[in-house]
Write a protein that binds this ligand. Structure first.
Ligand code: PRX
Length: 648
């Protein structure tokens, strides 16, 4: 255990980078922080030189708060950077090792991936997709999702990937918002051996929105589907005769690369806009530095392309670094609970990037599963998506990292595009449970309501004080919401992340979790308001208050407090129906843990549901002052009901 260090002041075990790791690390000189702090634009400019540009930028940054432009005047193509740029040195290197839940394995070299991407680029052009048209992708974790993203990037069509487990309605909302006319999906896919009927969800979902003119369908699940004449085409049929070369579109640095919908505090998901130049520089650089990526690494990020991690650290960051990546389609316990460790052993994975929920689940399953396999090829392990508790961190360190792998606990968001707070594995001394320090070039702080930095040990709000290259540019079609959500808490120069945090006496950041009405279930982001608006669309529901309850395994689970319309009867059947309703209308990951019927909900005198109070009740915490409620007695009644549930 070379790395195990000493006790810090407060008797907490800290971990220094192992000597042999640090010696060979891409970054092992802490001076990088000082240099970047002295000249952040210079830092990003130097890194921008590592990617390919058709034309270099005239200036690095234009900052008109809260709007930034990066690498102004620069011209590049993201797909070129991921594929063509690797052809000279790595044409026959494996770019992707993909494994299906069924055990099927497909491998692509950089050349093969480029050819597939070019074929699809030509198909899309043929279908009338032009630069600037948004293409929606609704695919599970199969190679075609990566090929689709890159083909869009190649022809300058921003992609909007919708997580495959979302419902058809959620898909339709996103298609409608993006005004997307072309959709790429599949017949179905398997999850724990059962087929999910993806194309049926599409047909139901888009029936009402009437926008989609072309649906490209990957044959994957093998389930029966119906194809609509003229609208629907099979992927394998149109790809067959398509040409294997396609000139990439020359994109401006500030042209949109993709849209990624994410939940916020109001009823509708917001389309986070990322542009090309800054995003590519940021993801390319941070993938290299945070994961210490070397030519021979086999890198596995377990995220799905339906979320931002799958964009930044499965596709754009790793491929632009010429990495061999592993992607897995299925569940971690199929056919058995050692699937991840089996994959690591067979493919000789050296870097693993996964989520705290997964780590806690593995911990629950027990160490005998990883012990069945030789996972000693691992040299670095990472975590993302929610706070990792020190217990899970230590378990990960001892049982997966074998005490020798540095852990990178990476804090970031859909909106930040890149990792913002994280150790640099060859430099940073880590503390279990802390994401440690902002990366070089990033300036973060913990502020109070008024915007003053809080004292060490005190809770406050996480803020980013300086622009960074991959920052969200706007909320698609809703500039007002962009400003209100992120740039209005203090002033228009200070980014409000929506997370609570504190710093310790060494300046380390400890992320506490969301302070707004966003719930994180197994790392998936779900907005309370969005959820409630779906619940009240059920014919029996009058009002709904949806909050997160802390959960050892999943971070949070959903508690849904419901008042019924007159005539509707409380029953176990109705509870079941409402759970199923949420699942059908949002997705299985959004299934509420509890439905609690109540005659009333805690409301302000103006009738607004007080989620803060509901959240305290669900978590059996003190709801604070409730005297201003319309009817304070509701609180005791709900406390009682929640308590009964816990003991039943
Ligand atoms: O609450 C923070 C949590 O995830 C939120 C962002 O969610 P999303 O946009 O879906 O992106 C997730 C993947 C980047 C944050 O506001 N979060 C993410 N990483 C961490 C985290 N909380 C604590 N520690 C982390 N390492």
């Amino acid at each position: 255990m070379g790395e195990k260090a000493n006790k810090s002041k407060k008797d907490m075990t800290v971990f220094r980078p192992p000597e042999d790791f640090a010696e060979n690390a891409i970054v092992n000189d802490p001076d990088i922080y000082r240099k970047a702090e002295d000249d952040p634009e210079g830092f990003w400019e130097e890194n921008a030189n590592s990617i390919h540009w058709y034309r270099k930028w005239d200036s690095v940054l234009e900052w008109e708060p809260p709007h930034s432009k990066w690498f102004i005047g620069g011209k590049l193509n993201a797909c070129y950077n991921c594929l063509d740029a690797n052809i000279e040195k790595r044409a026959n290197k494996t770019a992707l090792i993909w494994e299906a839940e069924s055990g099927e394995i497909r491998k692509y070299t950089y050349r093969e991936l480029l050819e597939e991407v070019c074929r699809l680029s030509n198909v899309l052009k043929e279908a009338g997709v032009k630069k600037g048209d948004i293409v929606t992708i609704y695919l599970p974790m199969i190679p075609e999702v990566i090929i689709s993203m890159l083909a869009c990037a190649r022809i300058g069509a921003p992609h909007s990937v919708v997580f495959a487990a979302f419902s058809g309605d959620s898909l339709a909302t996103r298609i409608g918002n993006a005004n997307s006319k072309v959709l790429i999906t599949c017949d179905g896919y398997s999850r724990r051996g059962k087929v999910v009927e993806q194309k049926n969800k599409v047909d139901e979902g888009i029936r009402s929105c009437g926008l989609v003119e072309k649906v490209i369908v990957v044959k994957h699940g093998g389930n029966e589907i119906s194809m609509m004449k003229e609208r629907d085409v099979w992927w394998h049929e149109i790809m067959k005769d398509s040409d294997i070369s396609c000139e990439p579109e020359v994109m401006d640095s500030e042209d949109m690369l993709f849209l990624m919908y994410t939940s916020g505090t109001t009823g509708k998901p917001k389309g986070i806009v990322h542009t090309t130049g800054g995003y590519m520089v940021a993801t390319h650089t941070t993938t290299k530095l945070v994961f210490d990526l070397k030519e021979e690494d086999i890198y596995w990020c377990t995220a799905d392309c339906g979320w931002i991690t799958g964009h930044s650290y499965l596709v754009y960051g790793p491929l632009s670094n010429g990495t061999t990546l592993v992607a897995y389609e299925g569940a971690p316990d199929y056919p058995d609970k050692d699937r991840y460790w089996d994959i690591i052993e067979r493919h000789k994975v050296t870097i693993l990037y996964t989520a705290p929920t997964a780590i806690r689940t593995f911990m629950k399953w027990g160490v005998s599963w990883p012990q069945m396999h030789d996972i000693s090829t691992l040299r670095l392990i990472g975590s993302v998506g929610e706070p990792i508790n020190p217990g899970a961190w230590l378990w990960y360190h001892e049982n997966i990292g074998m005490g020798k792998c540095p852990i990178v606990d990476t804090w970031w968001q859909t909106e930040t595009g890149m990792i913002m707070i994280s150790p640099l594995p060859g430099v940073t001394t880590t503390k279990p449970g802390s994401a440690t320090m902002p990366l070089p070039g990033i300036k973060a702080a913990v502020l109070d309501e008024k915007g003053n930095e809080v004292a060490p040990g005190q809770d406050g709000y996480l803020a980013i004080l300086k622009p960074w290259p991959s920052m969200v540019r706007t909320v698609f079609g809703n500039e007002e919401r962009f400003i209100e959500t992120y740039w209005s808490k203090w002033d228009n120069k200070t980014y409000f992340a929506g997370d609570g945090a504190k710093r310790d006496e060494d300046g380390y950041f400890w992320i506490i979790g969301r302070v707004d009405d966003v719930i994180k279930v197994s790392g998936h982001r779900i907005g309370s308001a969005e959820f409630e608006s779906i619940m009240v669309s059920h014919p029996s529901v009058a009002e709904a208050g949806v909050v997160g309850k802390e959960d050892e395994l999943r971070g949070e689970v959903i508690y849904c407090y419901v008042t019924l319309k007159s005539g509707a009867q409380e029953s176990e059947e109705l509870k079941k129906e409402l759970r199923g309703y949420a699942e059908k209308n949002i997705g299985p990951f959004a299934r509420p843990k509890q439905i609690i019927f109540s005659d009333d909900l805690p409301k302000t005198r103006s009738g607004k549901i007080m989620r803060r109070v509901l959240k305290a009740i669900a978590n059996e915490k003190d709801p604070g002052d409730v005297t201003t409620l319309q009817d304070p007695s509701v609180v005791d009644m709900l406390k009682q009901k929640t308590k009964e549930l816990e003991s039943s």
